[in-house]
Design a protein around this ligand. Structure first.
Ligand SMILES: [Ca+2]
Length: 388
C-alpha cells in the first residue's frame, strides 16, 4: 500500500508544480516525486524496447526546425548544431503520461508522504552528505543565511543525495513537453520550449553533449534538480573550478540551492513554521485557510480568529499562513507557515514538499547532533574522522 500511495502523492506534487508560474522551476515537484515512477519507467523501457519500436525521432519535423532556427538566432548559437541536436530528440509516451495530473479524488496524505522521505536510509545519507560538505554548507549559510539543514533537506528530498537524479534524456523530455504536450490538462508547452532553449544554451556554454545529459521527466537536472533556466540564472560555481556542475559536484549543488532560496527572498534567522492549533470554528478556519500558502495574517489576527500559536509564533513579527496538510482519512495536520515557508515552495509549489524538506532536514540535524554528542562523550571510541 505505501508504494502506490506515495506514487499518487508524487503525481499530485507534479501537478502542483506544473501549475506554478514559470519562474518556479518545475523540478522540485516533478523531480522528486517523479523519481519513483520515473525509475520504474526507465527500468522497464529497455525491456519493452526489445519488442516494441523505438520512440519516434523528431528528425526533420517542421515545427522543431523552425524553433531551432529561432533559438540559434536569438541566442547566438550555431544553427546547424541546434538543428542536429533537436532532430535527435525522441517523443516519449512515458513523459506525456507522467506530466498528467493525478486521478480525480486522489487523497493527499502527509503522513505517508513524510514517511517516504524521513526514513533511516535517507537520514543516514543526509548525515554523510552533511559531513562531506560541512565547509560548503557553512559558507553557504554565511553568504546567504540559509541554514545547512534546509539545504540538506532539499537535496535529500529531491534526489536522495544524488542517488536518484532521473534517467530521462533531457533533450527527449523537454522536446516532448515542448512540442507534444498532452491534451487533457492546461498547456504548459511555452514553459517547456523556454526550458529547452535554456538547456541548449547551457550545454553549449558548458561544452556538454546535449544528447548525454539525463534528468527527470520534467527536465530537472542534477543533485538539486534545477530546471535549465535556473541552471543558467541561479546555479553557482561554489568550488571555483570554473564550471557549474550540479550533476556530480555537491559543493556547487549546496551553493546553488542556497543562492536559489536567497534569490527568492529567504530571510536569515526566520523560522519556516510555528506550531498552531487551528480555530475550532469552521468559518474562522476557512477564512484563515483561504489564502493557502500565502502568508497573510499576523499573530494577532491568528489569535483573533481563534487559532492558538506557540510562543515563538505569537512573537513572530510578519504575516503567516495557516497551512493544512491532509492525512488521507485521518484528521489533517496544521502549521503556521512563515515567509520562509513560502520561499521553500518556490523550489517546488507544494506545502507537502516544503514540510518534507523541513522534516528531513530536522531529522538529519538531530542525527548529526547525536553523533557529535556520542563522539564528544567517548573520543576514544570514535574514529579520527568523527565530527568535532
Ligand atoms: Ca564548480
Amino acid at each position: 500500500m505505501p508504494a502506490p500511495k506515495s506514487a499518487l502523492a508524487s503525481i499530485a506534487l507534479i501537478a502542483l508544480a506544473l501549475a506554478a508560474p514559470p519562474l518556479v522551476h518545475a523540478a522540485e515537484k516533478p523531480a522528486r516525486k517523479a523519481t519513483a515512477a520515473q525509475h520504474a519507467a526507465a527500468k522497464k523501457k529497455p525491456k519493452a524496447k526489445a519488442v516494441a519500436p523505438a520512440a519516434p525521432l523528431y528528425g526533420e519535423r517542421e515545427d522543431l526546425r523552425r524553433f531551432a532556427a529561432e533559438v540559434a538566432e536569438r541566442r547566438g548559437l550555431d544553427a546547424d548544431w541546434v538543428a542536429v541536436q533537436l532532430a535527435q530528440a525522441r517523443r516519449l509516451d512515458s513523459v506525456q503520461r507522467l506530466v498528467m495530473p493525478p486521478p480525480a479524488g486522489t487523497a493527499k496524505d502527509w503522513a505517508a508522504y513524510r514517511a517516504r522521505f524521513v526514513e533511516p536510509r535517507r537520514i543516514a545519507a543526509g548525515l554523510a552528505f552533511w559531513q562531506d560538505h560541512e565547509d560548503a554548507l557553512a559558507r553557504a549559510q554565511a553568504r546567504w543565511g540559509v541554514p545547512p539543514e534546509i539545504v540538506v533537506g532539499i537535496i535529500g528530498v529531491e534526489t536522495f543525495y544524488g542517488r536518484i537524479t532521473g534517467r530521462f534524456r533531457i533533450v527527449d523530455a523537454l522536446a516532448t513537453l515542448a512540442f507534444d504536450f498532452p491534451t487533457g490538462r492546461s498547456d504548459r508547452s511555452p514553459f517547456f520550449r523556454r526550458e529547452l532553449e535554456e538547456f541548449l544554451v547551457w550545454a553549449e556554454r558548458e561544452g556538454r553533449d546535449p544528447q548525454a545529459v539525463r534528468g527527470s521527466f520534467a527536465g530537472a537536472i542534477g543533485l538539486p534538480q534545477f530546471m535549465p533556466s535556473n541552471l543558467n540564472r541561479l546555479a553557482v560555481d561554489f568550488d571555483g573550478d570554473g564550471h557549474v556542475d550540479l550533476g556530480g559536484n555537491g559543493v556547487d549543488a549546496v551553493g546553488s540551492v542556497a543562492h536559489f532560496l536567497s534569490a527568492h527572498g529567504w530571510q536569515p534567522g526566520m523560522a519556516t513554521t510555528h506550531a498552531v492549533a487551528p480555530p475550532v470554528d469552521t468559518a474562522a478556519r476557512a477564512r484563515l485557510l483561504a489564502p493557502d500558502i500565502e502568508p497573510s495574517f499576523t499573530a494577532a489576527e491568528f489569535a483573533a480568529a481563534g487559532a492558538e500559536l506557540d510562543a515563538a509564533g505569537r512573537a513572530h513579527a510578519s504575516p503567516m499562513a495557516l497551512v493544512e496538510l491532509q492525512n488521507g482519512a485521518a484528521a489533517p495536520s496544521y502549521v503556521a507557515g512563515t515567509a520562509n515557508f513560502r520561499v521553500l515552495t518556490r523550489y517546488n509549489a507544494s506545502s507537502y514538499y516544503a514540510m518534507a524538506v523541513i522534516a528531513l532536514g530536522d531529522a538529519v540535524a538531530q542525527a548529526r547532533a547525536a553523533t557529535r554528542a556520542a563522539a564528544a562523550a567517548d573520543p576514544a571510541a570514535s574514529s579520527a574522522s568523527a565530527p568535532r
